[in-house]
Design a protein around this ligand. Structure first.
Ligand code: ADP
Ligand code: MG
Length: 233
């Protein structure tokens, strides 16, 4: 589905990603690493937001380096960005509709997709007329994830979905991802490795722009370095 090979990119003259290779098939994959490791930079490169210096990015067998964000969306990649970018003055319903409105294969199926989103997040159905900006942080995160799902993506990318949420909501978000991974491929970046592990099949650890570990969720759970540096054991 997504295959990244020897990706290098950065800002100005500062190289951030150093020969990063990563793959996401029909599965859920974590990209872990501390603040500043380069997680958002990698996602920006995939989504056509950051210029690729060298390396190859393939989606569904096609090379997509430098392909525009809206074309990536049409190809079936949906992003829940680190900055959520909801429209706070619009209702939940209208924010959700926007997730599908510009995607040809999704815009004819808006009611169906919305029912699926409401099944995952019943609170959004109850609050569908409420202005997004007046919802709690956790509910706004659900709207952001729901909006991405409205495009009926093949690959859902989430950039630090747990950031700034209280623990009970974090658990809820990862429970939803665990459910979602049955039907959509997922790439999720996180600093919260502990909570993510239940929702991923495999994961990569990115430090200073380099992949330092890649393993199954089970392997990561028992990796001494991961235990010490990310799980605090
Ligand atoms: N727009 C930008 N301009 C210049 N440097 C940036 C920009 N965005 C990120 N960086 C730098 O790139 C590095 C990786 O950042 P980022 O990809 O945001 O890491 P992460 O998402 O893992 O926290 C950091 O050193 C950060 O300061
Ligand atoms: Mg980031």
């Amino acid at each position: 589905m997504l295959k990244i090979t020897d990706l290098e990119c950065g800002y100005g003259r500062m190289k951030v990603l150093q020969s990063v290779s990563l793959e996401v098939g029909a599965e859920s994959v974590g990209l872990f690493g501390p603040n500043g490791a380069g997680k958002t930079t990698l996602i920006g490169a995939v989504m056509g937001l950051n210029k690729v210096w060298s390396g190859v990015i393939e989606f569904d067998g096609k090379r997509v380096e430098g392909v525009d964000t809206h074309l990536m969306a049409r190809m079936g990649v949906a992003l829940v960005p680190q900055e959520r970018e909801l429209f706070p003055g619009m209702s939940v319903h209208d924010n959700l509709v926007l997730g599908a409105a510009y995607i040809p294969h999704a815009k004819d199926r808006i009611p169906d997709q919305m029912e699926k989103v409401f099944a995952l997040f019943p609170i959004l159905k109850e609050r569908s007329k409420q202005l997004a900006g007046t919802m709690s942080g956790g509910q706004q995160r659900m709207v952001a994830i729901g909006r991405a799902l409205m495009s009926n993506p093949k690959l859902l990318i989430l950039d630090e979905p747990s950031l700034g949420l209280q623990p009970s909501i974090v658990s809820e978000v990862f429970e939803v991802l665990k459910e979602l991974k049955k039907t959509v491929s997922i790439l999720v970046t996180e600093q919260n490795v502990r909570e993510s592990l239940r929702a991923i099949d495999r994961g990569y650890v990115l430090e200073n722009g380099k992949i330092v570990i890649q393993d199954t969720a089970q392997g990561l759970k028992t990796n001494p370095y991961v235990l010490k540096s990310y799980l605090g054991i």
